[in-house]
Design a protein around this ligand. Structure first.
Ligand code: FAD
Length: 321
């Protein structure tokens, strides 16, 4: 069975959920082989094996991560040439998409970004069939790669991670980035201040606040914490300085696709929808029953978020006790 390369997304060996999703998808297409760059492999191995990685190609050289994404694209291009994989899967993060684009150019292959589903093509061609959600979620596009090795950047939450033991047999690669790949160097990096909440783009539940919060996100945060959710914000809230720009959901912010998205005091402008419309279940709390957000919700609550959210928080806490 042909290998399917999965670029591992991790921090010092702590493997992110997107990688277990990609390994689950890879098993539909062939035999998953993880590509692990950096330190912490011993910590990562158990997770990679648990989600079905048969092999792990490792590069330990710190040089590869010191120079932004170009060396990783070079490494993957080398693996594509050596292993002739059936496909290469990367997370559809800004970094993942840049790696995928560079890899596509280097290998003269077709690239699909922001896939929300990936399956083996049913025509016996050995190719991949992908689904993308485009134009603010108003169109669903089915696409296949017709040239080279399919390179697919997959959005978080596009698959439910399924455990299936793999050998995770590791092979340390002898890889040195070219001089051309070392044109930019990271001079300093600081860990983000921990909030204790899940990462916005990976969270299964996102609770977002908008201008309707009037700058007080405490009720949104309390409700999010009762659900173990990430907190997002509309651009109006972010531009007003009420919440960090890194939390903005939408066309010019982050794209999220959780199981549950709760919009609180958000009107539902097209630019906001562009970042959350592919959420599986959408709930809105808004005091204006004509707010456009109600056009796309599965459940809507017409009411003041400062009255509704505390009651919902209490009810969830009571249900958990
Ligand atoms: C090029 C471009 C890019 C953009 N990118 C983005 C983007 O990425 N993300 C984004 O979000 N926006 C983006 N916008 C802005 C977007 O057009 C809207 O202006 C913005 O989304 C509005 O934010 P809001 O819904 O919080 O505010 P508003 O539209 O002002 O809506 C506030 C809502 O809160 C409700 N409300 C008020 N008080 C309460 C209360 N106490 N309880 C319950 N409900 C209450 C009101 O009824 C109203 O519906 C972009 C705009 C442009 C032009």
């Amino acid at each position: 069975m042909a290998e399917v390369l999965v670029l591992v997304d991790h921090v010092d060996g702590k493997v992110r959920k997107t990688t277990s999703e990609l390994l689950t998808i890879a098993r539909r297409l062939g035999e998953p082989s993880a590509v692990f760059v950096g330190s912490g492999f011993d910590a990562a191995k158990e997770t990679l094996a648990r989600f079905g990685a048969e092999k792990v190609y490792r590069v330990e050289s710190p040089e590869v991560l010191e120079h932004l994404v170009v060396p990783q694209a070079e490494l993957l291009a080398q693996l594509v040439a050596d292993k002739a994989p059936a496909a290469v899967l990367v997370p559809s993060s800004p970094e993942g998409k840049e790696i995928a684009a560079r890899l596509a150019v280097k290998t003269e292959s077709g690239l699909i970004t922001d896939a929300v589903d990936v399956q083996a093509a049913g025509d016996g061609s050995g190719g991949v069939a992908t689904t993308q959600s485009v134009f603010a979620g108003s169109y669903t596009v089915s696409a296949t790669v017709t040239k080279g090795t399919p390179i697919v950047a997959v959005k978080p939450n596009s698959a439910t991670p399924e455990e299936l033991a793999g050998a995770a047999a590791d092979e340390v690669l002898d890889f040195t980035p070219s001089d051309a790949a070392k044109g930019a160097r990271i001079t300093e990096s600081k860990p983000k201040q921990a909030t204790g909440r899940p990462e916005l783009t990976e969270a299964a539940i996102v609770v977002s606040g908008g201008r309707g919060t009037a700058g007080d996100f405490s009720k949104v945060e309390d409700f999010a914490d009762s659900l173990g959710a990430a907190v997002g914000a509309s651009r109006a809230a972010v531009d007003a300085g009420w919440y960090p720009h890194t939390s903005q959901v939408g066309q010019t912010g982050k794209q999220v696709s959780p199981q549950l998205y709760v919009a609180c005091g958000i009107s539902g402008a097209i630019q906001h929808r562009a970042g959350m419309q592919t959420s599986k279940t959408i709930v809105a709390v808004n005091k204006d029953n004509e707010a456009p957000i109600f056009e796309l919700v599965d459940f809507g609550v017409v009411g003041d978020l400062f009255a509704v959210l505390p009651q919902a928080t209490d009810a969830i806490k009571a249900a958990k006790d």
